[in-house]
Design a protein. Structure first.
Length: 351
C-alpha cells in the first residue's frame, strides 16, 4: 500500500496539472474569443438592480452567450461584478468578454439620434421631439409659455432659442432634458460668437444678433450669400432703413400664410412686418444655424442695400433702388409667386 501512494499521488498531480493546463487554455480561449453566439448585434435592457449573475443567467437562457460561468468568475476576479449599470445596450457580435464588462460597467448604453434642422420654427422642433419614440414625453398639450416655464426659462420666447444639430439621446431621456441640452448649446454658441463679433454692429445684445441670424437663415440656403445678406441688413439698420424682408412677414402671418405672399400681406400690420416696422422684429423667426449666427456677427462689407431672389436659390444684390427695381423686373415681375426681399418703393421705408 505504501508503494502505491507515491504512484497515486503522482497520477493525481499529473491529472491536476493536465486539468489546470486545460482550464487555463480554455479561459485564455474564452477571453480572446467573441462572447456572444449571435452573428448580429444584440440588444438587451439591464433593469435597475439587476445583478451580474442574473444578467448572465438570462443571457444563458436565451442561448446568446459562451461560457457564462467564466464571465462571472472573470468579473469577480477584477472586482466589477457589482458595478454594472442599468440601461439599454447594444452588443456587437464580435465583442469579447472584457469589452462586454467594460461596456456595462462604464454605462455605454445604446444611443439614438434626433436632428434639429436649421430654419425650423419652434412648432416644427416640438413636432420632431413629440414624435421621437425614445424620448419620454412630459410636455404634450402644453403651450409655448408653459413649455419654457417647465424648462426653467419662463420669461423667454422659445423661437430661435435651440441650436440646430444632430443630438445623441438614450431611451427614456425626457423631452425636458433634451430641450434643455439644445437650449444650452445655443446659449454657448451664441456667447462664443458674440465675444468675437465685429465692431460697430447695430445690435445691443446677443439676442438681437440671434434675431438677425434667424432672418439670414430664412433668407438663403446658399452658404456663400449669408454674409452678403447680413451686410445688406446691417447697412439698412445703420441707415435707419426698414429691413423689408419677406420671411418676417410670413412668420407674422402664421397660419394665414397660404404659400403665396401678396402685396396685401406686405401691408398687413403685425409686429413682425418689417415693411411697416422699423428695426428688428421682436423675436427670432426660426432656429439659425452656426453659419447664420457667424454671418450676423461678421457681415460682409460693401454698398449693397437691396437683394432679390433670382429664382434659382441665389440673389441679385443692388446698391441703388433703381438697380434693384430693374432686378425685380427681370427676376420677379410677371411670375405667379413674387417674393420681394425689398419694396421697389423704398423711399417709404426711410425715417
Amino acid at each position: 500500500m505504501n508503494r502505491l501512494l507515491p504512484k497515486i499521488l503522482g497520477i493525481c498531480i499529473l491529472l491536476g496539472s493536465f486539468t489546470a493546463g486545460w482550464l487555463l487554455m480554455d479561459v485564455q480561449d474564452f477571453l480572446s474569443s467573441p462572447l456572444l453566439k449571435n452573428s448580429e448585434p444584440f440588444d438587451y435592457m439591464i433593469k435597475p438592480g439587476t445583478s451580474l449573475k442574473h444578467l448572465v443567467r438570462d443571457l444563458e437562457n436565451d442561448n446568446v452567450i459562451n461560457h457564462p460561468s467564466y464571465l462571472v468568475w472573470y468579473a469577480r476576479w477584477h472586482g466589477v461584478a457589482n458595478r454594472i449599470k442599468a440601461g439599454e445596450y447594444e452588443f456587437l457580435p464580435a465583442i469579447k468578454p472584457d469589452e462586454f464588462l467594460d461596456q456595462i460597467v462604464s454605462g455605454r448604453v445604446k444611443q439614438y439620434s434626433l436632428t434639429l434642422i436649421e430654419g425650423w420654427s419652434f412648432d416644427q422642433l416640438m413636432d420632431a421631439v413629440n414624435q421621437h419614440e425614445m424620448l419620454e414625453h412630459t410636455l404634450a398639450g402644453l403651450d409655448h409659455e408653459a413649455i419654457m416655464a417647465r424648462l426653467g426659462w419662463p420669461d423667454q420666447h422659445p423661437e430661435g432659442r435651440f441650436f440646430p444639430d444632430t443630438y445623441r439621446i438614450t431611451r427614456g431621456m425626457t423631452d425636458v432634458a433634451f430641450l434643455q441640452r439644445a437650449h444650452e448649446a445655443m446659449e454657448e454658441r451664441l456667447a462664443q460668437e458674440w465675444q468675437q463679433r465685429d465692431d460697430d454692429l447695430p445690435y445691443n445684445s446677443p439676442y438681437e444678433a440671434l434675431i438677425m441670424a434667424s432672418i439670414i437663415e430664412k433668407e438663403t440656403a446658399v452658404a456663400e450669400e449669408r454674409r452678403q445678406i447680413a451686410g445688406v441688413f446691417v447697412r439698412r439698420l445703420q441707415k435707419r432703413m426698414r429691413l423689408q424682408t419677406d420671411p418676417t412677414v410670413i412668420y407674422g402671418l402664421g397660419e394665414r400664410f397660404d404659400g403665396n405672399l401678396t402685396r396685401r400681406d406686405l401691408k398687413l400690420f403685425t409686429p413682425y412686418n418689417t415693411y411697416l416696422n422699423n428695426g428688428l422684429p421682436p423675436t427670432p423667426i426660426a432656429m439659425p444655424g452656426e453659419a447664420s449666427i457667424h454671418a450676423a456677427l461678421h457681415p460682409e462689407s460693401g454698398d449693397a442695400l437691396y437683394f432679390v431672389a433670382r429664382g434659382d436659390g441665389t440673389h441679385h444684390f443692388s446698391a441703388s433702388v433703381e438697380e434693384h427695381n430693374r432686378a425685380v423686373a427681370k427676376y420677379q415681375l410677371g411670375k405667379r409667386i413674387q417674393t420681394l426681399s425689398s419694396f421697389p418703393d423704398d423711399d417709404d421705408s426711410q425715417n
